[in-house]
Design a protein around this ligand. Structure first.
Ligand code: UD1
Ligand code: UDP
Length: 366
């Protein structure tokens, strides 16, 4: 059996690493299960792509569709055309997509239209309810044509059931991003900037921003950062900047003594900083999950989340996108009032082997 594994953007690489490892383990046991890694090229900078392959020991992709950047439609079209060509030349039996990026949606549609290819969606069923986000459209479209849903939470299971999906297609397995986190925690690396900015454990904030709603508008971005700087009482703010944010950030001209703007970090360095931070401030999805598992207070600059368990069980709190909500959150943090976290069900580091076990059963490979 040949499985295509699709990865295109930064969080995808982190989610596929343990799936590849689990497939290879079962293949070494003599099971007829092979994979082909397809990189769509949605992210291409070394710091957004190649470094993750090196640090997480992900094998080089078998194919790179080299879609690159573009508008939503341009990117979707380029990925679909590239992937269709590959499938026509050499079809697979199953296409595994992860997460909610454009590559996820584009490849799931392409595979499903080949008729004989099944689609599995890892992280299926999550919903923010915010249709202004491209990711929500990607999730809805992908889930509308998915054959096997591998889910991260009971909320996702409920969302799928409410959408009419039968229970026999839903597999509650946990979170592959957390597999990667547990696997690599002993390997986390202190980055060079630790000494440069004289950082101390639990005495700095790490922040990331890349959602269009926060970063595509110069005034909005400026107001958010200004308020974070104002509220953080001079603590060092480490800000590894996503390429989407970089250009706009320059135009804001913002500058503050405690704001340290740096390039995106490698996985091992970034999570070293999260683990040791006083708090995280972000609009990322994946980072709210990692902060939850590491028990680090997390403030999310979004009005909604597709990962409610990071708030109900974890350390995450939604502040919304109005800068006036930032100061009260920092006050809560500094007065030691931040909630304690638990770990969501099945986020135990063993998700990828569960997924592969289900695939072996579903495809009768034993
Ligand atoms: C994408 C995902 C988002 C995810 C994020 C992870 C979609 C719709 N969005 O957002 O869900 O959270 O990735 O990081 O799929 N760029 C570079 N170099 C790169 C990649 C991007 O410079 O290697 C710049 C380009 O100017 C590009 C812009 O970033 O136009 C946005 O990239 P894109 O992949 O379209 O979306 P992201 O904002 O990265
Ligand atoms: N990440 C990283 N370096 C950084 C910022 C993030 O390695 O400088 C990792 C982070 O640990 C998480 C993933 O990238 O595993 C999250 O990706 P991102 O925030 O880009 O996307 P989202 O999860 O919001 O889709």
């Amino acid at each position: 059996m040949l499985i295509d594994i699709i990865a295109g953007a930064r969080p995808n690489f982190i989610k596929i690493a343990p799936i590849i490892e689990a497939i290879e383990m079962r293949r070494n046991e003599g099971i007829d299960i092979r994979y082909r890694l397809v990189h769509t090229g949605q992210h291409y900078d070394r710091k957004m792509s190649g470094d993750f392959f090196d640090q997480l020991n992900i094998p080089a992709p078998h194919h790179n569709l080299e879609a690159g950047s573009g508008t939503q439609a341009e990117q979707t079209a380029k990925i679909m055309i590239g992937y269709e060509r590959l499938l026509v030349e050499k079809p697979c039996d199953l296409c595994i997509v992860v997460g909610d990026v454009t590559s996820t949606m584009a490849c799931s549609i392409t595979a499903k239209k080949m008729n004989n290819i099944k689609v599995a969606h890892v992280e299926g069923g999550i919903r923010s309810g915010d249709w202004t986000m491209p990711e929500e459209i990607n999730r809805i479209v992908t889930d509308a044509i998915t054959d096997y849903f591998f889910t991260t939470s009971e909320v996702a299971n409920i969302n799928l059931r409410n959408a009419g999906v039968n229970d026999d297609k839903i597999f509650f397995v946990g979170n592959t991003m957390i597999d990667t986190l547990y696997r690599n925690m002993p390997r986390f690396q202190r980055p060079a900037i630790w000494d440069k900015y004289e950082l101390k454990e639990k005495d700095y904030i790490i922040m990331t921003l890349h959602r269009p709603a926060n970063v595509d508008n110069k005034e909005k971005l400026y107001e958010l950062i200004k308020e974070i700087v104002r509220s953080s009482c001079g603590l060092p703010l480490i800000f590894p900047v996503h390429p989407r944010t970089a250009k706009m950030l320059e135009t804001t001209g913002i500058d503050a003594g405690n704001l340290h703007v740096i390039e995106p970090l490698g996985y091992l360095e970034f999570n070293y900083l999260v683990k040791n931070a006083k708090a995280v401030i972000t609009d990322s999805g994946g980072i709210t999950e990692e902060a939850t598992v590491m028990g680090v207070p997390c403030m999310t600059l979004r009005d909604s989340t597709e990962r409610p368990e990071t708030c109900t069980v974890g350390t995450n709190e939604l502040l919304g996108t109005d800068p006036k909500n930032i100061a009260p959150a920092f006050e809560k943090l500094f007065s030691g009032q931040w909630k304690k976290s638990g770990i969501p069900e099945l986020w135990d580091g063993k998700t990828a082997p569960r997924i592969v076990k289900h695939l072996i059963d579903l495809f009768g490979l034993d």
